[in-house]
Design a protein around this ligand. Structure first.
Ligand code: BES
Ligand code: MN
Ligand code: ZN
Length: 490
């Protein structure tokens, strides 16, 4: 797995600043004032930092002093940051450092910025590469960052849970970037089982068990592939055994050819990301375990591969879901909902969750509607939904609510079965959500997140280089913290 940057937190030490062989970063304000750490570097460089700071810098600007006199450093990065900078602006300063730094070790001198942990998070999130398959990559080139401050203990205590979340997002990105010949259903399950080391209870349900449970919808998707279908259950019980858990359910189609309703060749290679929902569930569970969240959360992923073959499901086939509803498969490329409906039903029957959130790269239509900036959000519960939307906004992860409604559900009426798996071209993302809605039990607050547009992108985003983004891990971790963690009694 790709390691996030390695951070150490230290007390400010002027000797170390002057002898540090690498890059040194300091912060100045738009008004041109220097924090205590920047003043020290300024003294070493005989006023060079102050001269830059007077140069009409705007918040967010970055300047470089190359080979500064009086220091061993190869460069000093001078970052302009407002004293009352928001979480977002502090993260952006970290992003700027991630971009300028190259390979040299970095010494970040943060003075008395009480949101310095957010700089660390921005730096960590943006400093990601996926070079597992580049033969010329230096595989164990772990980059080190030292954060120096007079309040280093406070900053470290604030940064560690944020770095846990960054590591969760990296886990998601690695899974989503991995090609389908490497990340088979078996390989995916193995990587989740390995998270048992972090204190998660991980269980793999194999095909015979899924058949016994009656998951005919999920199994119909994977039956054309040589890779066996699996459901993996990851439990994090950080709040004791008697609190109902939150259930997170993810679509894990390791490759989506469309099946017999085969997709066109152009762009089909992108369907390695069709396990993005399962990737976010896995990354969130990792983050919760790493930061030892005081919440009960159960992550469930349906892992299948959608392939055409002599044994594949045909358009027109009728399959029976675990719930008992029969489904006419009009289009074998609308497979994600067939996977999710069985895992969602199993999650509710088995764990009686207090709420359920599913994530899936479910429809191309959500990309037509919302592009790559916002995930589609659907919910039967305003309170839960508003909590999620606020968490996503605070984390800079775009999310936009779309409606549900009976007339959309009516588009799914089948002539011969209880329901069909596609509702025609109009409102394709909403009819997909209404298909899932059928499998949500009365009284279960539920959110469906259609992440087809945001899980994987073709150009760099604020916090990630192009490719997998890890969208959702930050927002879900925050939602768990705000809504599902037990608060210690005073
Ligand atoms: N995995 C796709 C959706 C998708 C498309 C994800 C583009 C990411 C990028 C999904 O399984 C699918 O094929 N959906 C069909 C549904 C249709 C057949 C009703 C679609 O969106 O075309
Ligand atoms: Mn499909
Ligand atoms: Zn799909």
């Amino acid at each position: 797995m790709v390691k996030p940057v390695e951070f150490t937190f230290e007390e400010t030490n002027i000797d170390e600043i002057s002898t540090f062989a690498g890059r040194v970063a300091v912060f100045v304000t738009p008004e041109g004032s220097l924090d205590p750490a920047a003043r020290r570097v300024n003294r070493l460089t005989k006023g060079a930092v102050a001269r830059l700071a007077e140069d009409n810098l705007k918040a967010g600007d970055a300047r470089v002093l190359a080979y500064p006199v009086g220091m061993a450093a190869e460069a000093v990065d001078v970052i302009c940051l407002d004293r009352r900078a928001s979480i977002e602006e502090n993260r952006a300063a970290g992003v700027a450092l991630a971009k300028t730094r190259g390979k040299a070790p970095l010494l970040v001198c943060v003075g008395n910025n009480n949101k310095a942990a957010q700089i660390v998070l921005g730096l960590a999130l943006r400093d990601y590469r996926f070079d597992a398959h580049k033969t010329d990559a230096e595989q164990d080139d772990v980059r080190t960052v030292t954060v120096m401050s007079s309040k280093h203990e406070v900053i470290e205590a604030n940064a560690l849970p944020l770095l846990a979340v960054a590591e969760g997002a990296f886990f998601t990105r690695d899974l989503v970037n991995e090609p389908a010949n490497v990340l088979t259903t078996t390989d995916f399950a193995d990587r989740l089982v390995a998270m048992g080391d972090l204190g998660l209870q991980v269980e793999v349900l194999e095909e015979d068990k899924l058949a016994e449970l009656g998951m005919g919808a999920l199994l119909s998707v994977g039956q054309g592939s040589v890779s066996p279908s699996k459901v993996v259950v990851m439990k994090w019980m950080g709040a004791g055994d008697d609190r109902a858990p939150l259930a997170l359910v993810g679509k894990g189609v390791v490759f989506d050819t469309g099946g017999i309703s085969l997709k066109p060749a152009g762009g089909m290679e992108d369907m390695t990301m069709d396990m993005g929902g399962a990737g976010v569930v896995a990354g969130t569970m990792r983050a919760l375990a790493l930061r030892k969240a005081k919440a009960n959360v159960i992550g469930l992923v349906g892992l299948v591969e959608n392939m055409p073959s002599g044994n594949a499901t045909r358009p027109g086939d009728v399959v029976t879901s675990m719930k008992g509803d029969t489904i006419e498969v009009i289009n074998t490329d609308a497979e994600g909902r067939l996977v999710l409906c069985d895992v969602m039903h199993y999650a509710q029957e088995t764990f009686k969750p207090s709420a359920m959130i599913d994530l899936a790269t479910l429809t191309g239509a959500v990309i037509i509607g919302l592009g790559h900036d916002n995930a589609g959000v659907f919910s039967n519960d305003d309170h839960l939904c508003n909590g999620f939307l606020r968490a996503a906004e605070n984390e800079g992860e775009g999310a936009w609510r779309l409606p549900l409604g009976k007339s959309y559900a009516d588009q799914l009426k089948s002539r011969i079965a209880d329901v069909k798996n596609v509702g025609g071209r109009p409102a394709g993302s909403i009819t997909a959500a209404e298909f899932l809605h059928r499998f949500v039990q009365d009284g279960t607050p539920w959110i469906h997140l259609d992440i087809a547009g945001v899980a994987h992108v073709k150009s760099d985003t604020t916090y990630a280089p192009k490719g997998a983004t890890g969208w959702g891990v930050l927002a879900l971790s925050r939602l768990v913290q705000e809504r599902f963690e037990v608060v210690e009694e005073e």
